[in-house]
Design a protein around this ligand. Structure first.
Ligand code: URA
Length: 210
């Protein structure tokens, strides 16, 4: 994946995203849309997975048919909103292993602090897809990717629903080797760190919290 930022402008994704942005969309519908978009984004982020062929027999004749080359995949959810992307992606890639990274922001230093880290083994042999719906300041995403690299990951991609230019710049600066796939690049962050126009707090909207 050479390109640093891919905005997937497919009409189905853009239509579903508009419904998700609408403040009157219910939690149940928001969740379902997130599930559907996560699959469409997963389709895009796995577009260049290495392929090989396998000898099979169709009812008519033998053939060398394309199949995934067998590089193992790991999906890493950046807690807690990343979890909303997992179910849909796992339906598409059922054999993927799953990990979790939990970070909170220290009130004094404003630096991300890790409170949970559990990832699959052999990260160095896997295509690692880190997922978080909102790439806002990019601080926690960049810290999570740093941590995944410390754990051995070398092929990391980042999947999000919405990105702010600030977050993309932060990630490009810290991790130029990590391509980002998103459904939209929004205008900016507001003074509270929300993406605008955005969709609000993704975790609250998918889990029905406030
Ligand atoms: N996280 C969210 O859930 N929403 C934003 O707009 C920014 C960060």
């Amino acid at each position: 994946m050479p390109q640093h930022l891919t905005v997937v402008t497919h009409p189905l994704i853009q239509h579903k995203l508009t419904l998700m942005r609408d403040k009157d969309t219910s939690t149940a519908v928001f969740r379902q849309l997130l599930r559907e978009i996560s699959q469409l984004l997963a389709y895009e982020i796995t577009r260049d997975l290495p392929m090989t062929t396998v000898r099979i027999e169709t009812p008519l004749q033998p053939m060398d048919a394309p199949t995934l080359a067998g590089r193992k995949l790991a999906l890493i959810s950046i807690l807690r909103a990343g979890n909303g992307l997992l179910d849909g992606m796992l339906e598409l890639i059922p054999s993927a292993r799953v990990g979790f990274v939990g970070l909170y922001r220290d009130e004094k230093t404003l630096e991300p602090v890790e409170y949970y880290f559990k990832v699959p083994d052999l990260l160095d042999e896997r295509v690692v897809i880190a997922v978080d719906p909102m790439l806002a300041t990019g601080n926690s995403s960049a810290a999570a990717v740093t941590r995944l690299k410390q754990a051995g990951a070398t092929d990391i991609r980042f999947l999000c629903l919405l990105a702010a230019p600030e977050g993309v710049a932060r990630m490009k600066d810290a991790h130029p080797d990590v391509p980002i796939v998103t459904a939209a690049l929004d205008e900016r962050l507001n003074e509270k760190g929300y993406i605008v126009p955005g969709l609000g707090d993704a975790g609250d909207r998918m889990f029905g919290t406030k």
